[in-house]
Design a binder for this molecule. Structure first.
Ligand code: ASP
Length: 263
């Protein structure tokens, strides 16, 4: 994560668009195999890997997502292509796979040897064990972007889609803030957490920190846990979580580098 942060900071320092930076960060996290996303994804209850991802450009409010996607190395790349090469926002399952194949995305040759589940710990039936990767960025022009990618809940029901590819629930970016969430997706969908951060800033005139904490508390009150990373148009950063820990890293143009798991 530290290495990726340096790459992202260098890209932003050289004038790269926030959108390109969040995609690069998430692609790096997908490829590393340390998180339940991309290579680290765990299989669903049928022993198959179905991955979700979304990306959103705050400057244009364009968004793209892929859900229950099987057999491709970088779901976030597919999400970006959905945004740029179709008039749609979300493609799922077989349709998403046909689209990814048509656009030449690299495939997973053999799922049984490629994936190295980031956690193999036993999950009790009904337990919502999970892991997700995400990135948010503000670039030198003040544009914001968010990207999120996940293998979803461990041993989820085939066809289950979480909050990650649902724009507004797990991923959001506009001119006020960019937000990427992790946690029990069902609760994040029901609380519409990511877009709620922006709504609280707009309607209640809250700071990013207060808006993020409020949106997360609303989700927690429904019985979920998790956290989010967010950045606003002034470059403020919030990384609240109501889970035991949340792996996270911050890099700023002032030279701040901060990587943590717990408080
Ligand atoms: N939110 C993801 C999902 O429910 C999982 C996670 O964040 O770890 O699919």
């Amino acid at each position: 994560m530290r290495g990726l942060l340096e790459d992202g900071a260098a890209m932003l320092g050289a004038g790269a668009a926030a959108l390109d930076v969040v995609q690069r960060m998430v692609a790096g996290l997908e490829a590393c195999g340390f998180h339940i996303a991309g290579k680290g994804s765990a299989p669903n209850a049928a022993g198959e890997w179905e991955l979700d991802a979304a990306i959103m450009d705050g400057a244009t409010r364009k968004a793209g997502a892929a859900a229950a996607l099987r057999g491709f190395l970088s779901p976030i790349g597919v999400a970006r292509a959905v945004m740029e090469k179709t008039p749609h926002v979300l493609l799922v399952g077989a349709g998403a796979e046909a689209f990814a194949a048509e656009h030449g995305f690299a495939r997973v040759d053999d799922p049984s040897t490629y994936y190295t589940p980031a956690t193999l710990r036993a999950v009790k039936p009904g337990e919502l064990a999970h892991g997700t990767v995400g990135a948010v960025a503000r670039d030198v022009s003040g544009r914001l972007a968010a990207a999120t990618s996940t293998g979803g809940l461990i041993r989820k029901v085939p066809g289950r889609v979480g909050d990650t590819p649902i724009i507004g629930a797990g991923t959001w970016a506009d001119q006020r803030c960019a937000v990427s969430c992790t946690g029990q997706g069902e609760l994040f969908i029901r609380a519409n957490v990511a877009a709620d951060v922006s709504a609280r800033m707009l309607y209640a005139r809250l700071s990013l920190h207060a808006a993020a904490a409020g949106a997360l508390a609303d989700m927690q009150a429904l019985g979920g846990d998790g956290g989010l990373i967010a950045v606003d148009a002034d470059g403020n950063v919030a990384t609240p979580f109501v889970s035991e820990g949340m792996k996270r890293g911050i890099a700023t143009s002032a030279g701040v580098r901060d990587v943590r798991t717990f408080r």
